[in-house]
Design a protein around this ligand. Structure first.
Ligand SMILES: CC(=O)N[C@H]1[C@@H](OP(=O)(O)OP(=O)(O)OC[C@H]2O[C@@H](n3ccc(=O)[nH]c3=O)[C@H](O)[C@@H]2O)O[C@H](CO)[C@@H](O)[C@@H]1O[C@H](C)C(=O)N[C@@H](C)C(=O)N[C@H](CCC(=O)O)C(=O)O
Ligand SMILES: Nc1ncnc2c1ncn2[C@@H]1O[C@H](COP(=O)(O)OP(=O)(O)OP(=O)(O)O)[C@@H](O)[C@H]1O
Ligand SMILES: N[C@H](CCC[C@H](N)C(=O)O)C(=O)O
Ligand SMILES: [Mg+2]
Length: 495
């Protein structure tokens, strides 16, 4: 595609240099530039992409998008907002691939990955071709692409959608992070449905206030349904958690048809008679499409919410409750989400990805429903992330467990001990004295201790890292997998 064709997608921009230059792709990270790419210079929070233009040219970039003219011998499109331009140009270069499939976007503080896996599992069971994008990985056909972050930059996103479209994908189910919404990574994507799981504290390092955090989430819904269509394939749905107060405000923002789900409030897809065990959940779904008892292997009330969100998405796609029920029953569980580590021991070891106060509270509350012995919680808080959530996680963990092993969870560039000390005030606020909890900086050691000290019928919850396979210390990722470490600790007990 010629540069001038791209430039014509914006009313206000200036093209300098050879306007017939051919562009074959788009990149915004100099380390990922391929020959023929248009390199988009973004002014970031840490560095300025304009400073990497020469590196990008060295790697074969054919032209640049800039916010100011650079003194370099290469064609440039000078724009007001290069993040916006990146979204517009990427959609155009990759020929609007989200129009070739139905994109289900899932946002919310907790439950996005789980809900996306549930939706994908149910739709795939019906014979649809599905693609997935989120925290754990992206899946295009049978190819699995590891993910650095939950939602990619616009250029990578559109490229991935293109590949999905070429594979004949019917549905792409994607997690949409608040950062992505705020930074315009998902501008230009046509969503079929937007799903809201819940809103609680996280990421205040980035959004600063809960209002701004909610406003970022709201962008998914304010863009939905603005055009009505008589064709079923162009209808759009906002699927909202009726039991979360933010949903009422999100409903105000959207022009799409709203489908509410929940357990407490009146809503369109409601679960009742909920039964939670260590093996799974049972509940009855009452909906506009009928009533049906369901069961699944996923543990905890919060997973009933995730299931209801998935049921709502699938009912909007015309599936019957019976089809959804059968697929839910065969859902195996999600990597690193309440994942059981079993070496034949007489207590339960669970690895979970709870890394927010609400996530941790939900995970522990669920365990309390079935734990016969003591609840031992191994957890920490990420470095270079929302510091205000640290004491809150401490308080929740102290209130809902019997024994605490406070440890490291990706300290990144922060001092690991300092993070642990930020958690302590919350623990003490919950009434625990210094003798009643342990600070164990080394995560391996914390897991080992919790497992060694566990008695029959106890539950050891190892929270925060879930599927992650590394521990980021000082910006260096060391191999670390809670499941493998727990397994090794369990085996060491037998010797
Ligand atoms: C706040 C945020 O999302 N920041 C992301 C963003 O950074 P930024 O725009 O400030 O960019 P920067 O690092 O200052 O660099 C400026 C520009 O120079 C470019 N650059 C930079 C270095 C280089 O060698 N070459 C180069 O071209 C960068 O690609 C960028 O375009 O763009 C960078 C490049 O793509 C990302 O690495 C960076 O992710 C940071 C590290 C991050 O941790 N983001 C997290 C918070 C995040 O996005 N999380 C969400 C939510 C997770 C959840 O739901 O829990 C997610 O979607 O994953
Ligand atoms: N609906 C929910 N409500 C509250 N907590 C939940 C919910 N679903 C999952 N959790 C908790 O949050 C953890 C993370 O779940 P999941 O990975 O599905 O969320 P996510 O929104 O994708 O997280 P991230 O923002 O890190 O990608 C789980 O391990 C569980 O402890
Ligand atoms: N998507 C979340 C993951 C946090 C996981 C936890 N292990 C940590 O590193 O803080 C984030 O980027 O805040
Ligand atoms: Mg996720």
């Amino acid at each position: 595609m010629q540069l001038k064709e791209l430039a014509s997608q914006l009313l206000i921009c200036k093209l300098v240099g050879d306007e017939t230059t051919e562009i074959t792709g788009i990149a915004t990270d100099s380390r990922q530039v391929r020959r023929g790419d248009l390199f988009v210079c973004v002014l970031g929070f840490v560095s300025d992409g304009h400073d990497y233009a020469s590196v990008a040219i060295g790697k074969g970039a054919a032209a640049l998008v800039t916010e100011r003219r650079l003194d370099l011998d290469i064609p440039q499109i000078i724009v007001r907002d290069s993040r916006h331009a990146m979204a517009v140009f990427s959609a155009h270069v990759y020929q609007y691939p989200s129009r070739n499939m139905k994109v289900i976007g899932i946002t919310g503080t907790n439950g996005k990955t789980t809900t996306s896996y549930l939706v994908e599992h149910i739709l795939r069971d019906q014979g649809y071709r599905t693609g997935l994008m989120g925290t754990i990985s992206a899946r295009v056909g049978s190819q699995i692409i590891p993910m650095e972050r939950t939602t990619m930059e616009a250029s990578a996103l559109q490229d991935t959608f293109r590949r999905m479209a070429d594979e004949g994908t019917d549905y792409c189910i994607m997690e949409v992070s608040s950062h992505a919404l705020d930074l315009g990574r998902v501008k230009g994507i046509r969503f079929r449905s937007g799903v809201f799981t819940n809103l609680s504290q996280d990421h205040l390092d980035y959004h600063e206030t809960m209002d701004k955090y909610e406003a970022a989430k709201g962008l998914l819904f304010s863009r939905l349904g603005n055009e009505f269509s008589p064709l079923p394939e162009y209808k759009q749905y906002a699927i909202l958690n009726a039991d979360d107060p933010a949903s009422e405000r999100l409903a105000q923002l959207t022009a799409a048809e709203v489908i509410t789900y929940g357990v407490k409030q009146e809503c369109a897809v409601k679960a009742s008679h909920v039964k939670i065990t260590a093996k799974g959940t049972e509940f009855e779904v009452e909906s506009f499409a009928g009533t049906m008892p369901m069961r699944m292997n996923l543990v905890g009330l919060f997973n009933v919410y995730n299931a209801l969100a998935a049921v709502s998405v699938c009912l909007a796609e015309g599936l019957t409750l019976a089809q959804v029920r059968d697929s839910l029953a065969s859902m195996p569980g999600v990597d690193g989400r309440m994942e059981v580590v079993d070496e034949g021991q007489d207590f339960l070891v669970l690895v979970d990805y709870a890394h927010t106060p609400d996530g941790l509270s939900n995970a522990l509350e669920s365990i309390r429903e079935f734990a016969a012995g003591r609840i031992r919680c191994v957890f920490g808080c990420g470095g270079d992330r929302d510091r205000t959530k640290r004491p809150l996680m401490g308080r929740v963990a102290a209130a809902l467990s019997n024994d605490l092993y406070v440890t490291s969870d990706n300290p990144r560039t922060e001092e690991p001990e300092a993070i642990l000390h930020d958690i302590v005030p919350g623990i003490e606020e919950a009434g625990l004295s210094r003798e009643q909890y342990r600070l164990v900086t080394e995560r391996r050691e914390a897991i080992q201790k919790a497992i060694e000290e566990a008695g029959p019928d106890d539950v050891v919850l190892i929270a925060g890292k879930g599927h992650e396979t590394y521990q980021d210390i000082g910006g260096v990722k060391h191999d670390f997998d809670d499941r493998l470490v727990a397994r090794a600790a369990l085996r060491s007990l037998k010797r």
